[in-house]
Design a protein around this ligand. Structure first.
Ligand code: NAP
Length: 405
């Protein structure tokens, strides 16, 4: 259960000092866009990036941030040069990203992609910050541990994924026993109506061309395999403390209904809106108040048809894999997420074919033991072991895929 509820007093939010981890990414840049609209109310402590120094420096100057951090140490010289004379501090390296998250900001956007976001997010949680949570891989790889840290440190976790933001907004936190099930909607991704023969030769460009959302490369590929929905299922399990068998997935290609909660009396509550990530980001930024956003308004008279269909388990095995990992417990979700990160990167690097992603994930998930995760070191070990195993599978898949691309 998240430690805060959606029924906090509806007072206006005061001044809130902000840090954005992963500010140069898709979610990060949209957060920058919202924060820049009200700089008096949202002064900026720190911004972080991996390598995109030019954008990071521009953002830091635009928002008058106190600190800008580039995770890749090779970017440090360029960052200091670009920030010379501004008074903005520059730092580099993975530990500097963690240190940035530990600095006193009231609100931290966790928008780094993948396992790399674990330690910085944890640093923000451990000082009891409000953490707007986009970085789903962190909850997948260390869900029970992270939720325990949230409780122990009195942090507030506000989901940013549009599906989890939707559920958060309609979930009865005062009476969780009245919730019958969660229904996560899925756009179905770019290959919703494609067959396996098409997917076998799908290119990087085809896989990242998402029909309704404009997102970073990794999550776009995850949407094409439906692994994104599987990761979201695990995320929902930890965020809302609902067992896997009471979380359904519903394909809804228009992405207007962002998710639903069904109650024991048969009532179903949903949150709707146009597909624009600035809406869930603004919900978290303003929480518990609502902020005005430039997102296009939903006009249901113009939304001709809303359609729904069950996911196809034969064409998209990722949901089966994620459910199996969650049921197995222990390090299984950690292994699944790590293997998926390796496989997606190999696909983006054109080393393997699209269907090799699921082969590698399933191979690694089956090969490695699902040990219990007692602490953060065990999470790190499970992640590293899975990465090694998955990386070892890439060359064989790549050799087979060469002829088909
Ligand atoms: N995009 C969406 O609409 C959306 C929606 C819901 C949830 N999410 C989730 O939000 C997270 C971010 O997604 P995104 O689409 O915004 O990703 P993205 O566009 O790829 O951006 C990722 C951000 O993380 C930084 N980064 C990457 N590797 C890093 C590392 N090793 N250390 C430190 N920083 C690192 C990147 O810096 P550089 O720019 O320098 O590479 C960038 O700022 C993901 O977990 C995703 O699943 C995204």
């Amino acid at each position: 259960m998240v430690v805060t509820t959606n029924s906090a007093p509806a007072s206006g939010v005061g001044r809130r000092r902000v840090t954005i981890l992963g500010s140069t990414g898709s979610v990060g840049a949209q957060t920058v866009d919202l924060v820049a609209r009200d700089p008096e109310r949202f002064p900026v402590e720190a911004l972080t990036a991996n390598r995109n120094v030019a954008l990071l420096a521009d953002q830091a100057k635009r928002l008058n941030a106190r600190l800008a951090v580039v995770a890749d140490p090779a970017g440090y010289a360029e960052l200091t040069e670009r920030l010379a004379g501004t008074g903005i501090e520059a730092a580099a390296g993975p530990q500097a990203v963690v240190d940035a998250a530990a600095r006193p900001a009231d609100w931290v956007m966790a928008a780094i992609v993948g396992f790399a976001g674990l330690e910085p997010t944890l640093a923000a949680i451990r000082r009891g910050a409000i953490v707007a949570f986009a970085n789903k891989e962190v909850l997948v790889c260390a869900g029970a541990f992270m939720m325990e840290e949230v409780r122990a440190h009195g942090a507030t976790l506000l989901p940013v994924d549009s599906e989890h933001s939707a559920i958060y907004q309609v979930f009865d936190f005062a009476r969780p026993e009245s919730v019958a099930k969660l229904i996560l909607t899925a756009s179905g991704g770019p290959f919703r109506s494609k067959d396996r023969a098409f997917m076998a030769t799908a290119t990087r460009e085809q896989a990242v061309a998402h029909p309704t959302w404009d997102m970073g490369a990794k999550i776009s590929v995850d949407s094409a395999t439906l692994m994104n929905k599987g990761l979201e299922l695990i995320e929902a399990h930890f965020l809302f403390d609902v067992p896997e068998e009471r979380i359904d997935v519903l394909v809804h290609p228009q992405s207007v209904i962002h998710s639903l909660v069904e109650y024991v009396d048969g009532s179903v509550l949903a949150q709707l809106g146009t597909p624009d990530m600035r809406t869930p980001i603004a919900y978290a930024l303003g929480w518990p108040a609502r902020l005005a956003t430039p997102a296009e308004r939903l006009d249901l008279t113009k939304t001709a048809t809303l359609t729904f269909e069950p996911p196809d388990p034969d064409r998209f095995p990722a949901l089966r894999l994620t459910r199996a990992a969650l049921q197995s417990g222990g390090g299984a979700p950690t292994i699944l997420s790590a293997a998926n990160e390796v496989a997606v990167q190999a696909f983006l690097d054109r080393k393997i074919g699209f269907l090799d992603i699921e082969r590698i994930v399933e191979g690694t998930l089956t090969a490695l033991p699902h040990r219990p995760l007692r602490d953060l070191d065990a999470v790190r070990e499970a992640d590293a072991e899975a990465r090694r195993d998955a990386a070892a599978r890439v060359p064989a898949c790549g050799a087979m895929a060469v002829g088909s691309r």
